[in-house]
Design a binder for this molecule. Structure first.
Ligand SMILES: Nc1ncnc2c1ncn2[C@@H]1O[C@H](COP(=O)(O)OP(=O)(O)OP(=O)(O)O)[C@@H](O)[C@H]1O
Ligand SMILES: Cc1cn([C@H]2C[C@H](O)[C@@H](COP(=O)(O)O)O2)c(=O)[nH]c1=O
Length: 206
């Protein structure tokens, strides 16, 4: 049996990940492709607890390196418990955020040293990388406005605008450097057009 495909959905706040995940999972169901849907940080009971710790607003300032290590601790657990077994069973894995988010948020947003992220990526993932990264790209001012409609801001969503411009730039730089592994989808388009573009990208993976 061949290994399943590992697809990640990425982008800044409010770009439409949740909305479009529903479209992607429906597309996979319609094409009779076995899949699991998961997310980061999270995806296992322990990793979900780490997510809660990471997203909670708190009085104590969170050290950026501590944040980075928590993200990778959750990822290590998620990979071993969920992602790798599913891929080995031949299922596709649709993951709401993965290590590109670390390069964007901790690398771009927090301005942590990229080589530190690369080191942790190698330690935790070995050679495993997503087969395709679907990047929903949107001006953060629009994204934050959209995100504000869906509930109270968490610790990341409470960052200042410059942080989110750095996040966006980091995502775009990564996508630009490996165009065959990334699909940049313009998330400022109507939902219909965004989903048309996503559908075309998924067709290419068959
Ligand atoms: N292409 C679009 N055009 C206009 N509005 C959109 C579009 N895509 C999503 N939205 C709306 O934007 C809001 C945020 O969408 P959604 O919750 O899917 O984003 P998200 O990226 O998952 O957000 P968050 O970062 O808060 O988890 C929702 O109200 C959704 O209906
Ligand atoms: C995987 C990952 C995530 N984050 C941040 C990015 C978001 O603000 C939250 C997750 O919430 P959402 O529901 O997906 O919007 O976590 C991060 O900073 N670093 C990461 O590696």
């Amino acid at each position: 049996m061949s290994r399943g495909k590992f697809i990640t959905l990425e982008g800044g706040e409010g770009v439409g990940k949740s909305t479009n995940l529903k479209f992607i999972t429906q597309w996979l169901t319609d094409h009779n492709i076995p899949f699991i849907q998961t997310r980061e940080p999270g995806g296992t009971p322990l990793a979900e607890q780490l997510r809660e710790l990471l997203l909670a607003k708190r009085d104590e300032p969170v050290d950026s390196t501590a944040e980075l290590l928590m993200v990778f601790a959750a990822r290590a657990q998620h990979l071993v418990q969920v992602i790798v077994p599913a891929l080995e069973r031949g299922e596709w894995v649709i993951c709401d955020r993965f290590t590109d988010a670390t390069y964007a948020y901790q690398g771009g947003g927090r301005q942590l040293d990229r080589s530190l992220i690369e080191q942790l990526e190698k330690t935790v993932q070995g050679e495993l990388r997503p087969d395709k990264v679907l990047l929903l790209d949107l001006d953060p001012e629009i994204g934050l406005e959209r995100a504000a409609r869906t509930g109270a801001a968490d610790r990341f969503e409470s960052e200042h605008l410059a942080f989110f411009h750095r996040v966006r730039n980091a995502y775009r730089e990564r996508a630009g450097a490996s165009p065959s592994r990334y699909a940049i989808v313009d998330a400022s388009q109507s939902l219909e057009r965004v989903q048309r573009d996503l559908g075309q990208e998924l067709e290419r993976l068959l």
